[in-house]
Write a protein that binds this ligand. Sequence first.
Ligand SMILES: *Cc1c(COP(=O)(O)O)cnc(C)c1O
Length: 385
Amino acid sequence: MKENNKPGINTICVHTGEVKDEQFKGAVSPMYMSTSYAFDGVDVKRYPRYFNTPNQEMLCKKIAALEKTEDGLIFGSGMAAISAAMFAFLKSGDHVIIQQVIYGGTYNFIVSEFDKYGIEYSFTESDTIEDFESLIKDNTKVLYIETPSNPLLGITDLAAISNLAKSKDILTMIDNTFASPINQNPADFGIDIMLHSATKYMGGHSDISAGAIAASKEHIAHIWNTAINFGGNLSDQTVWLLERSLKTLNLRVKEQTKNAEVMALYLEANSDIDRVYYPGLKSHPQHELAKKQMKGFGAMLSFELTNGIDAMDFQNNLKLIKPSMSLAGLESTTVSPVQTTHALLSEKERLERGIKDGLIRFSVGIEEPKDLIEDIEQAIQKAKK
Ligand SMILES: *Cc1c(COP(=O)(O)O)cnc(C)c1O
C-alpha cells in the first residue's frame, strides 16, 4: 500500500482489527467467549491458548498496525510477553546483552530464571552503543533494550543498536512500554521485536493486566511456538476491554504527553526541585537523540526533591495525584523508586544507577496541568514543615 493510502493513527485505533458483527451489524466487536470451536472443515483450529480466538486474532492486527509490523501477539501480562519472547529465542549456551536500567520485573526474571536454563547474560554499564558492542561474544543472540528507561528516562540509540546487531546477525528486542506506539515506533529504526506491558498505556485505565508483542510474521510465528507451551494468553473478556481501550490510545497519550511537557517545565523552574528527568527538556543529556527517534517525548518523568523534603512526606500530602505502584493511567500517579520499584537494590546499587532518596517518578495523566501544579505546590509546602 502507498504510504498516503494508509489509514491515520486514530482510524487504526478505532477500526483496525474490529470483529465484524455480521449477524446484527452492531457498532462494536462482538465478544466471543467460546473456549471450544469446531475442528471439522475449518482452516484454523481455534483455542484461547493458541492465541487465535476471533477477538484475540483481530486485536493482534491492531497491535501490529500501531507498531508498523506485520504481526502481533497479546498476552495475560507484560511479563508473559517478555518471557515468551526471550525463551523463544534463547536456549542453553546462548548469551544475551541487557541494558543496565530496565524494568525491575524483567531484571528479576533474568537473574532468577536464566541460570536455571543455562542462558548467559551480561548487563551493560550504560546506554551507550560502545558498551553494548564491547560485550558481544560469539554466542550473543539478543540485544535487549528499554528506552526511555525507568526511572531516569535515559534514551538508547535505536538506529545504532539495530545497525550493530544486524552487522553481527543478532536479534534486537525493546520494551516499548514507556513511549507506547504513539510516541515511538522502534520498527522504523530496524528494531526486530517490540514488547509492551499493555497494563500501562495500551490499557490506560489502570484496570486490566495484559501484554503485547509486535514483530514480523516470521518472528511472531517463532514466538507463538513457545508461547502456546507457556500458556500466557489473555482472556477474551480482557481482549475485548483492551480493544476498547486502544480506541482512545492516541487521544489519551497525546494529551498526557502534552501535559507532561507542561509539568516538566514547571518542575524545572521550581526551586524546591533539584533536577527533572524528561527527554523533552533541553537540559536532558539525550534530548537531541530523543527528538530524532521519538514522535513525542512521552508522559513519564522523574524529579528530585531538594534535600530536606522527604519523598514519602511529599507524596502523603498529595490530594489529587495518587501515590501508586503502577503508571500510565488517565489519572496522574507518583512513586518513590527507593521505597518501591528499586527497594530490593542496595544503596550502592541504587546510587550507581543514579537513584536518589528524593527521586519521584511521575506518570502524568489527563487532568489539567494547573490542577496538578496546585497539588504539587501545596504538598511541597506541607512536606517542608
Ligand atoms: C509494568 C511493566 C512491565 C511488566 O508488565 P506487567 O503487565 O506488569 O507484567 C514491563 N516493562 C515495563 C516498562 C513496565 O512498566
